[in-house]
Design a protein around this ligand. Structure first.
Ligand SMILES: [Fe+2]
Ligand SMILES: [Fe+2]
Length: 218
């Protein structure tokens, strides 16, 4: 059945169901292969020292947490959008976010690590904030998505500086995500997103820094 015919309650239940799957799934499946798997050098991680491996895992855990939050954001966005066309136009981005989540999860596993223990918090917090933005109206909802994607790009650029030089597999994942997050932000703006007020953008940035600090370690 098309989402267009679902009541708000049906959509809320469907959104939470998807969320629980995201939070509880051991391994999300991606529609596209990971960019790490397209590298010609298939011998993973032999050049990484133990410290580098741990550092790379911390950074990829931040990215995984960000992708959990992206799931919540796009699900709450779809749930609260007044104009159903808006939700459908962002479906492509939402689908790519599922791949990002799976790629980060797979990379963490390769590095001998796992997702943040605070995953339910990342999902729940982002879902609540995304729903609030949605209640404020479509242009704020879309503006929030656009600003989030812009900030995610900044984090990913920082990670490309900080990841070990020899960690080609993490770098391939982060680079591809960066390209796609930039497109998601542009799509949300093109769909009618307003630029958020400066104080809101600053609070979002500060919150994401705290989240990154926690996800790196826990
Ligand atoms: Fe993403
Ligand atoms: Fe994105």
């Amino acid at each position: 059945m098309s989402d267009r015919h679902l009541s708000p309650i049906d959509r809320l239940i469907a959104g939470l169901d998807e969320g629980l799957r995201t939070v509880c799934a051991n391994r999300t499946r991606s529609a596209r292969p990971s960019p790490a798997d397209s590298l010609s050098d298939e011998g993973p991680d032999e050049g990484l020292s133990e410290d580098e491996r741990e550092h790379a895992a911390g950074l990829m855990r931040i990215n995984h947490a960000g992708e959990v939050a992206a799931q919540a954001l796009y699900q709450s966005q779809a749930l609260t959008a007044r104009d159903r066309d808006v939700a459908e136009r962002l479906q492509h981005a939402a689908d790519e976010e599922v791949d990002h989540l799976a790629w980060c999860g797979a990379r963490l596993e390769e590095l001998g690590s796992g997702p943040s223990k605070l995953t339910p918090l990342w999902y729940g917090g982002a879902f609540a904030i995304g729903t609030l933005a949605g209640v404020a109206g479509d242009r704020w909802n879309l503006g929030f998505v656009a600003e989030t994607e812009r900030q995610v790009c900044a984090h990913l650029e920082d990670h490309l500086q900080r990841l070990p030089e020899s960690d080609a597999r993490s770098r391939a994942v982060v680079r591809q995500m960066h390209t796609e997050e930039a497109e998601h932000g542009e799509a949300a703006t093109a769909a009618g997103g307003s630029e958020l007020p400066r104080p809101v953008r600053d609070i979002m940035w500060a919150t994401s820094r705290v989240m990154a600090g926690l996800a790196y370690r826990f």
